[in-house]
Design a protein around this ligand. Structure first.
Ligand code: PAF
Length: 283
């Protein structure tokens, strides 16, 4: 496994590989969710490249950025064991040589001001900017992302289309713990009591899904209210709970066939997100 820290060296290697690789962008703290993406990559192509870069641009608060779990040594061991060929680990200066705040920003206008971005205005522009940089440098054939960050996946698919990248985006269903909790680096910030509480996020999403009859909008409001009460009882602070057409992230309309329920919550100070897909039954 090659570990590359400098862009110059990366460019040299990519010239040899051409566009035959699969890229898995990460911010490190490699967990079973990432390993699932790597498994898929090993099936798809001979060269798996994982990038590890905690992207300051996509954090709304410095504290959140500084608190992000950093486990580089362990990460490298796991990546090697799982047959990753190249790891790209640049530092901030390498990626943002002129400083962070003067850097060009890529903004996917369609969704960069809705849903997740309402509460975290820097998040999606930060993601789309860093993803474009990684795509330009690595020129992969495929790039793989998890479905847990659904809006992130949506903006990446959109920028590939609108900016004409010749890259196929592959999405992998959310990997969950035995109790249903979506695997995320942020889970490491939860104490064991809160980890136990966090299982209710998916449990209640499943209940919400079961109860939804999409054509009856009045009913949806009532169901949502009841679900929100359940979260309050468990001391889970729901920041946002939305149902959207999964094709375009717009509100459900008459033509909608597939929906997605998107949730973001706080358990104490830890922010967690999850989602669940729903097929809309026509009456
Ligand atoms: O999902 C993540 O870990 C990050 O948002 C990503 C895609 C690596 C961009 O920094």
């Amino acid at each position: 496994m090659k570990i590359i820290k400098k862009i110059k060296k990366l460019i040299k290697i990519i010239k040899k590989i051409k566009n035959n690789s699969t890229l898995i962008p990460t911010m490190g703290n490699i967990h079973n969710g990432h390993l699932e993406l790597i498994k898929q990559s090993n099936l798809l192509s001979k060269i798996t490249i994982v990038s590890i870069f905690i992207n300051k641009l996509q954090f709304n608060s410095l504290k959140d950025y500084l608190n992000y779990p950093k486990t580089i040594k362990k990460d490298l061991k796991k990546l090697k064991k799982n047959k990753v060929n190249i790891v790209f680990i640049p530092n901030q200066k390498e990626m943002f040589p002129n400083g962070l705040y003067k850097h060009t920003i890529v903004s996917v206008k369609k969704t960069s001001t809705i849903l997740e971005n309402i509460n975290r205005p820097k998040y999606l522009n930060g993601v789309s900017t860093i993803i474009c940089k990684l795509f330009n440098l690595i020129k992969p054939k495929y790039a793989i992302f998890g479905e847990k960050d659904f809006q992130q996946l949506y903006i990446i698919k959109t920028l590939v289309k609108e900016l004409n990248y010749n890259i196929k985006i592959i999405s992998i269903p959310t990997k969950r713990n035995k109790n249903g909790l979506a695997i995320s680096s942020r889970n490491n910030l939860l104490n064991s009591k809160n980890k136990n509480i966090a299982k209710y996020i998916y449990k209640y999403l499943l209940q919400f899904k079961k109860k939804i009859i999409f054509q009856d909008y009045k009913n949806i409001k009532k169901i949502k209210k009841n679900i929100l009460k359940k979260f309050i009882k468990k001391k889970i602070n729901v920041e946002s709970l939305k149902i959207r057409d999964s094709k375009n992230l717009k509100k459900i309309g008459k033509k909608s066939k597939k929906a997605i329920i998107l949730i973001s919550v706080f358990i104490e100070k830890i922010r967690l997100i999850d989602n669940i897909k729903v097929n809309i039954k026509k009456k």
